[in-house]
Design a protein around this ligand. Structure first.
Ligand code: AMP
Length: 402
């Protein structure tokens, strides 16, 4: 039996005549004119909202937006997304200028079946992040059923993501976003078909160390790329010029190499490097072995020999997890390694492997190369995804599972 079968989702509830309070993740990017620049998170929540509305339930949506510091700040108001949400749902969404209080209670009480209400930014109240019980209880009074559909904040024990669930006893469940995330992450963590390969890139070893350590017990191969490769190369005695290096993490890198040997995990580190004489798209470039980067040059991408080895490793994997770019993919001159690896992953996927991409920058990379529909699953949660893969019990999941 899979985890998906045993977890409580909106599929198991009939919402007719019920008020559902859904914690969504509407933390979307807004430009200086306060227009939405990427509505992925709004679109992700639509199936959950539509299912409840079409069954004759009413919906109250709550979310955070940005990082407000001192109460109400207009640029972080969720009112900026009401019109876009209304268009997407084809329903005129109502808006409450607060998330708790008498006025909100009145609007919520008047809500009719089939209607949708969006509450103002939860983080205008410091009690949200503090996980305040009385704030959570006030929110809970607005509805009959609590639905958590915000995977991006599932690793936080905030009032609306975890504490609130205590006030709903059995009337709580996961929405489709959460259920999909859990199901797909389980396909890597506990149900992955072997060989399983984790591709770990990005800037620093320090931010990926815990996850690499944990994955060592789960996967067959770990592919290293990005800035952190140079800490490994220097630790192994190489000359890495001016490349990004965390000198205080070199011992850790060596211990990862010996752990991998002990555990029979194939740890792949780049063998060559595309170097630049400045951190710029206009820089001069050369190619060298990764342990022979000249002084005054910095490695900003993997090069051809590494690409060929990584492609082989990816194509021979049945389950692939990708977190973090292979180089400075934001600059065209240094995006080729990341694009190449992304293409190898989509090729493996089209041959039947399962691929999961997660973590802000790898998601940005697959979107940049327009490959998001060619991988099996793109996770919506950065921190939450990493913590799940590390084997931590996320507060937002625990609160529903009880
Ligand atoms: P992270 O948030 O740790 O996944 O790091 C992603 C960032 O790492 C991206 O902005 C990349 O530009 C950057 N990055 C990747 N490779 C390198 C490199 N060789 N040197 C410096 N930064 C890099």
């Amino acid at each position: 039996m899979t985890y998906f079968c045993v977890m409580k989702t909106i599929e198991q509830i009939n919402f007719q005549g019920k008020k559902a309070l859904i914690r969504v993740d509407f933390n979307v990017p807004l430009n200086k004119d306060l227009k939405i620049t990427d509505d992925t998170r709004i679109c992700a929540a639509l199936p959950t909202i539509n299912k409840i509305v079409s069954e004759g339930g009413s919906v109250i949506l709550m979310s955070h937006l940005g990082r407000p510091k001192n109460g109400h700040e207009d640029k972080f108001s969720l009112k900026h997304i009401v019109n876009h949400l209304s268009e997407k749902l084809n329903i005129k969404v109502k808006f409450a200028h607060n998330c708790i209080g008498d006025e909100v209670t009145k609007i919520a009480n008047k809500l009719k079946d089939g209607e949708v209400l969006l509450l103002e930014n939860l983080r205008f109240h410091s009690e949200e992040k503090a996980g305040d019980k009385s704030f959570a209880e006030k929110l809970s009074k607005l509805a009959d059923i609590y639905v958590n559909d915000a995977f991006g904040t599932a690793h936080r024990a905030h009032a609306s993501t975890a504490v609130i669930a205590n006030f709903f006893h059995d009337n709580k469940c996961f929405g489709y976003v959460m259920a999909n995330e859990i199901t797909n992450l389980e396909k890597v963590v506990n149900e992955g078909e072997r060989p399983i390969t984790a591709i770990m890139g990005g800037a620093k070893v320090s931010s990926k160390i815990t996850i690499i350590n944990k994955l060592m017990n789960k996967v067959d191969k770990i592919i290293i790329g990005g800035g952190m490769s140079y800490t490994f190369a220097k630790a192994l005695g190489g000359n890495v010029g001016n490349s990004l290096v965390e000198d205080d993490k070199m011992e850790l890198a060596l211990s990862l190499i010996s752990q991998a040997k002990e555990k029979g995990v194939e740890l792949l580190i780049p063998i060559d490097s595309l170097n630049a004489d400045a951190f710029s798209n206009d820089a001069n470039t050369n190619i060298s072995d990764i342990d022979k980067v000249e002084d005054g040059w910095m490695g900003l991408d993997i090069s051809e020999k590494t690409k060929a080895i990584y492609r082989q490793a990816i194509l021979s994997s049945k389950t692939i997890l990708w977190n973090g770019p292979m180089g400075v993919f934001e600059m065209d001159k240094f995006s080729s390694g990341t694009k190449f690896v992304a293409n190898a992953i989509t090729d493996a996927t089209s041959r039947g492997s399962f691929s999961l991409v997660g973590g802000g920058d790898s998601v940005a990379a697959v979107k940049k190369f327009n490959l998001q529909d060619k991988v099996s699953y793109v996770s919506t949660g950065g921190g939450a995804m990493l913590e799940y893969l590390e084997g931590k019990e996320l507060p937002g999941i625990k609160a529903i599972n009880g």
